[in-house]
Write a protein that binds this ligand. Sequence first.
Ligand code: ATP
Length: 465
Amino acid sequence: MTHNNEDLLNRIVSLCKRRGFVFPSSEIYGGFSAVYDYGSYGVELANNIKSLWWKVMVRENENIVGLDASIFMHPKAWEASGHTSGFSDPLSECKECHTRVRADHILEEAGVFADEKMNEEEINRLFEENKEKLRCPKCGSSDFSKVKKFNLLVQSNLGNFTGDWNKEPVYLRGETCQGIYVNFKNVLDSTRVKVPFGIAQIGKAFRNEITARQFVFRKREFEQMEMQYFIHPDGATQSFEEWRDRRWQFYIDMGIKKENLKWHEHENLVFYAKAAWDIEYKFPFGFKELEGVHYRTDHDLSQHSKFSGKDLSYRDPKTNEKYIPHVVETSAGVDRTFLAVITDAYTEEKLEDGNERTVMKFPKELAPIKIAIFPLLRNKPELVKKAREIYDSLKARYMCEFDDNGNIGKRYRRQDEIGTPYCVTVDFDTLEDGTVTVRNRDSMKQERKKIEELKEYLEKELSPF
Ligand code: ATP
C-alpha cells in the first residue's frame, strides 16, 4: 500500500504515539516544540541502535575506545571550536503568518544554493534577488523579514550566581565530539592505544534549532554517536575512504534497504576540512542527512592546543616523529537512525482473508520486544501458570512481554505493530503434549514446538543477538 509522503509521516507519528515509541514532550501542557520523549518500546529500540553502534565501533575494533564526556564543558572549549562565533543558522520570519524559517532552506526550495559560510549581508542579498521565488512553507507568502544569523548553542546559568550573562556563558554542548578532542591526551596517557586510534562516544547534544518540523529528525535535544579517528596525515585520505565504506555498510548490515540510502558530497567545505560526505536516508519528507563522515585535518586538536596552551601533539614511539594527528570523524544521530529504522520497517499489508495489518518489520536485532508469550485464556490458571514459566525462563536472555489481554488475534495485531518477531502461545494442547505455538511476525506462519526445544529454536532464530 502506498501513501503520499505527508500521509506516511502522519501514520508513523500516530503509530509511534499509540504504541509507545515516541511521545511529544510535556504533552499535558500542550507539548514543547522540537522536544520528544521515548516511550517504553522507543527506549528499547533506541538502546538497541546504540548497542549495535557500540558493538561495531568499540567492541569489534581493538584500537577504538569509548568515552562519556560531560554535557557541560569549559566555555573556552566552544570558543576554540568556533561555535560561539560561527555556529549559527540564518533565520527569517514570514511577515504574513509569522512562521520562522531557515533562510537557507527557503532558498534551497526555490532552487538557490546558500553557502554555510555566507554572512548576513550576503544571504540578505540572495533573499532580495530571489524574492519572487521564495515561499513560506505555511502560508505561501513571499514577504519575509530581514535575515538574521542565529546562534544555535543553548546557554545555561550553571555556576553563574551573579546573573551577569555576558560574563562567560556556559553552554549545553552543541555536539559530542568536542568532549573527545579535549580528552585526547587523557585517553592517550591512560590506555594502550597508539595512532591510528579512535575515541567513540554516545551522548546528548543540544541546539536551538529554528525549524521544528519533521518529528524526531530535528530535535532541540538529541543524541549523537560520534567517533573521532586520529591518524598520521599521510594515511588520512585512505582512512577517510575506509570509514566512508564502513559507515555505509553499517546501515546495510543493520537491515536498512539499500535503495533508501544515498551519498551526498559537500561541495562547499569549511576551510579546514578536506572532505565531507553525508549518508542520506529517504525519510517521508525526502532524502536527508543521517550521518556525516568528515576529514577534518588537524584543525580541532590545533585549535584546542592554541586555546588551552597545552601541547596536543603525538610522538610516534617508533619513528620519534612529532605531529598533530589528523581526524576522520563519523557522526551519526540516534534519533535520525531511529526514524530511518521506523520508516524502513513500517509496512501495511492486505491479508488473504481481506483484512489489513500494520506490521513493523524491524530487523530482529533491533526489535524492542523479541518474544511475546500468551496464555490462550487469562481465566484458566493452568494456562497462565505454564505461560508464566516460559516467560520467566526467557526474560533474562531476551526482552519479552507477557500478554493475556483480549483475544489472540488482537494480541498478534498489537505485537505486529510493535514489531515483535515471535509470539509463543500456551493452549490446552500444551497441557497435554508439552508443545506451544510459535508464530512468526513476517510470514504469520504458526508452528508447534516442544517447550524443551523452544530455547534452542529461538536462540538460533534470534542470533546473532
Ligand atoms: P543538519 O544540516 O540536518 O542540521 P548538521 O549537518 O548540522 O545537520 P552535524 O552537525 O553534522 O549535523 O551532526 C551530526 C549528526 O547529528 C547528523 O548527521 C544527525 O544525525 C545528528 N543531528 C544533528 N542535528 C540534529 C537535530 N537537531 N536533531 C536530531 N539529530 C541531529
